[in-house]
Design a protein around this ligand. Structure first.
Ligand code: M6R
Length: 594
C-alpha cells in the first residue's frame, strides 16, 4: 500500500506535493519522492519521510507534478526503488500504488527491445511501456500500456511535453480533487483535504485526464460523467477512512489484504499455486519462532502443516528460544514477525544462524532487520498497520502460511484443488463477517461488564482462542485467557462462576463433539457461554447463552473467519469501555527490547 498524489494548477507544485505526501504517510513511509514537469521532468526522491524530503529537496520549479510515499513490496527501500519512476529519456514519470504480477516477463521483453531499468520495482515497467506505445497521444499510450499489465494499480502519469495528468485505476483506489483553476489526483481523500473537499471517486477501469480547468473521465475509450462529492471529514477522520479508529479500519481492510497477499502467488481464478515456489527440499521437520500475535499465526501454521505435510512442527516463543547447538539438519526454520524489528526475534535468528541454520522470514516490512538477517523472506503485503493491536498483519501471515504450505509438493493434489477453490472465497467470507459486525456489537456490550473472560477452542482454532484473548486483553483491559477446551477441567474450572463468561469457538471439524461436551461441562458450572459457530449449526443454540455466527468454510480455513469475528468482539468491547483502542497503555507497535 502506497500513497500517490498529482497536482496541476497555477501555484508551484513542489510545496503542495510535499504537504500532500505528509498527509499520506499512514499509507507508507519507507521512502518518498516527487517529479515536477517544466521543459523536462525533474525528480527528487529518497529513503526518507516527507518532512525530511522537504528539508533536503532543491526547489523544483513547475506547476504540474506527481508524488509518492512508498510501502515497499518489490525491492528494498532505496533511492532507486523509490517513486516516481521514469522512461529511458526521462520524459515520462509515473507513480503507482498496487502490484503488477506479470512484470518480470514484461521487463525481460522491454530489456530485449533496448529499454534500460534502474530499479527492482514492478512499477518501472509502466513508464517504459508508455514510452514504447507513445505516438503523440498520451491517453492512448497509457491505455495500451495498461492492456499489457496484470495485477492491481492506481497510477498517475506525467509527461514533459503535456499540460495534463493521466490517471487510471484497477483494484486500487483513486480520487480526483476539484479546486479553483487547479486540480488534484490522489490515492485517498486525506491527501488533498488541506486544499479542497470536492472530490470525484474514480471507479474500476476509469481513466482520468486532468488539466488545471478540466476533468475528463474515460472508460473503454468513451467519455463518461462521475458524480462530485463533498467531504465533511477532518484530515484525521479521513486518514482513518471515516472509521473511528485505525484498528476498525484495518479490520475492514482484510478482504483486500487477503487478495493482495495471494495475488501472483495463488491463482484464485484457476486452481493453481505459483509453481516457482514449489518446494520439496527433503524437509523432515519445521521450527517456527514468533512473538505475540505472530506466535498465534505460527501455532495455526503448525496445525495446517501437520495436517497437510505430515511432518512434525515445533513452534516456540522467540523470547524463550534457547539453542544449545543441537543439529537442526533437515529442519526448515521460519520466523514470523509483522514489524521485522522485534528484538526477541532478531536474537533468535542470530542464534539460528550461528548454529548454521538457514532461516526463512515472514514479515510485513521490506528491508526490515529480520529480512536482512534471513536467508529468504516472504512479504505479507498487509500495508502499514498503525493500530498497536495486530489485525490485518495476522490475516496476511495466515495467508502466507496457507500459500507456503500448499506450495510443498507433498500436498495431495485433490486436497490442494479443493483448498484453492475455498481460498478463492476467503475475501467474500471475511466480508460477510464484517457485514454482520453490528450483530457482534450486542455481544460486546454484554461482555464489557465482566472482569475475566475465557476463550476456548480445540484443534486448529486453539491458537485463535489465544489470539481472541490477546486482542481482548490488550485493547479492553479485561483479563482474558485463551485455553485449549480440554484443559479447563485440569485447573481453570476452579475459576468458573456466573461472572466468568466463556467464549467457545465451535468449528465443524473432528473436534465438534468434544467441544459440545466441554461446553456442557462449563454450563454445569454456571458460566455464561457465547459460542462462535458456523451458520446452519442447529445444535449449538440449545446449549449456550448466545451465538455469534460465522459463514460456513472448509474447516482448515475456519481460523480466518473466526479471527475476524473475535477482532470485532474485542474492538466493540473496548469501545464500550471507552479505552484508547489504537494506542493501549504500556504497549508499543514494535518491541525492540528483549
Ligand atoms: O512485529 P511482530 O509481529 O514481531 O510483533 C510481535 C508482537 O509484539 C505483536 O504481535 C503484539 O503481540 C501485538 N501488539 C498484538 O496485537
Amino acid at each position: 500500500m502506497c500513497g500517490i498524489i498529482g497536482y496541476i494548477g497555477e501555484r508551484q507544485a513542489h510545496p503542495i506535493l510535499l504537504g500532500c505526501l505528509k498527509r499520506l504517510e499512514y499509507r507508507g513511509y519507507d521512502s518518498c519522492g516527487i517529479a515536477i514537469a517544466g521543459n523536462s521532468i525533474n525528480v527528487y526522491k529518497n529513503t526518507v519521510r516527507a518532512e525530511e524530503l522537504r528539508k533536503a529537496a532543491p526547489q523544483l520549479d513547475g506547476t504540474l507534478g506527481i508524488g509518492h510515499t512508498r510501502w515497499a513490496t518489490h525491492g528494498q527501500p532505496s533511492q532507486a526503488n523509490a517513486h516516481p519512476h521514469c522512461d529511458c529519456d526521462g520524459k515520462i514519470a509515473v507513480v503507482h500504488n498496487g502490484i503488477i504480477t506479470n512484470f518480470q516477463g514484461l521487463k525481460q521483453k522491454l530489456i530485449h527491445e533496448g529499454h534500460k531499468f534502474i530499479s527492482e520495482t514492478d512499477t518501472e515497467i509502466i513508464p517504459h511501456l508508455i514510452e514504447k506505445y507513445y505516438r503523440g497521444d498520451l491517453e492512448r499510450a497509457v491505455e495500451a500500456a495498461l492492456d499489457d499489465i496484470e495485477g492491481s494499480y492506481a497510477i498517475i502519469v506525467l509527461m514533459a511535453s503535456e499540460d495534463k495528468l493521466v490517471a487510471a485505476r484497477k483494484d486500487s483506489p483513486l480520487i480526483i480533487g476539484l479546486g479553483d483553476r487547479e486540480n488534484f489526483i490522489a490515492s485517498d481523500v486525506p491527501a488533498i483535504l488541506d486544499y479542497t473537499n470536492r472530490v470525484i471517486y474514480l471507479e474500476e477501469g476509469d481513466m482520468g485526464v486532468v488539466t488545471k480547468d478540466n476533468i475528463k473521465i474515460r472508460r473503454d475509450g468513451i467519455e463518461i460523467n462521475r458524480e462530485e462529492h463533498k467531504i465533511s471529514w477532518s484530515v484525521d477522520e479521513a486518514q482513518r477512512g471515516g472509521y473511528e479508529h485505525f484498528m476498525l479500519k484495518e479490520i475492514h481492510e482484510q478482504p483486500r489484504v487477503i487478495r493482495d497477499t495471494l495475488v501472483g502467488r495463488v491463482s484464485v481464478a484457476e486452481p493453481t499455486v505459483d509453481l516457482a515456489a514449489m518446494r520439496d527440499k527433503g524437509i523432515e521437520s519445521m521450527l517456527i519462532l514468533a512473538c505475540g500475535t505472530s506466535y498465534h499465526a505460527a501455532l495455526t501454521g503448525k496445525y495446517i502443516i501437520e495436517e497437510l505435510l505430515r511432518i512434525p512442527v515445533r513452534v516456540e516463543l522467540a523470547s524463550e528460544f534457547i539453542c544449545y547447538g543441537q543439529t537442526l539438519t533437515g529442519t526448515e526454520a521460519i520466523v514470523i514477525t509483522q514489524s521485522g524489528e522485534t528484538a526477541d526475534i532478531l536474537r533468535a535468528m542470530r542464534r539460528l544462524k550461528e548454529v548454521g541454520c538457514q532461516v526463512l522470514a515472514i514479515t510485513n516490512v521490506v528491508g526490515s532487520t529480520a529480512s536482512r538477517i534471513a536467508d529468504q523472506t516472504i512479504y505479507t503485503r498487509a500495508g502499514p498497520e498503525i493500530s498497536v493491536a495486530a489485525t490485518k498483519s495476522f490475516m496476511a501471515q495466515l495467508m502466507v502460511l496457507y500459500w507456503l504450505i500448499m506450495s510443498y509438493s507433498k500436498v495431495d493434489s485433490r486436497r490442494l484443488a479443493s483448498m484453492l477453490l475455498a481460498l478463492r472465497q476467503m475475501p467474500s467470507k471475511v466480508q460477510q463477517v464484517l457485514n454482520n459486525g453490528y450483530k457482534i456489537l450486542e455481544h460486546a456490550n454484554n461482555l464489557s461488564g465482566y472482569d475475566n473472560v475465557f476463550f476456548i477452542a480445540r484443534g486448529i482454532n486453539f491458537p485463535i482462542a489465544l489470539e481472541g484473548a490477546l486482542k481482548l486483553k490488550e485493547i479492553s483491559y479485561i483479563h482474558a485467557e485463551g485455553y485449549a477446551a480440554g484443559e479447563l477441567k485440569h485447573g481453570p474450572f476452579a475459576l468458573l462462576r456466573s461472572d466468568t463468561p466463556v467464549i467457545a469457538i465451535v468449528a465443524q471439524d473432528n473436534t465438534y463433539e468434544a467441544m459440545l461436551t466441554n461446553i456442557r461441562e462449563i454450563k454445569a458450572r454456571s458460566s455464561p457461554v457465547i459460542a462462535l459457530a458456523e451458520e446452519g449449526d442447529e445444535v449449538i443454540g440449545g446449549l449456550v447463552d448466545s451465538v455469534i455466527t460465522v459463514p460456513q468454510v472448509d474447516a482448515i480455513f475456519s481460523p480466518v473467519v473466526n479471527t475476524v469475528a473475535l477482532q470485532l468482539l474485542a474492538y466493540y468491547t473496548a469501545k464500550q469501555r471507552g479505552c484508547p483502542i489504537d494506542f493501549p497503555r504500556n504497549l508499543a507497535k514494535s518491541v525492540t527490547v528483549e
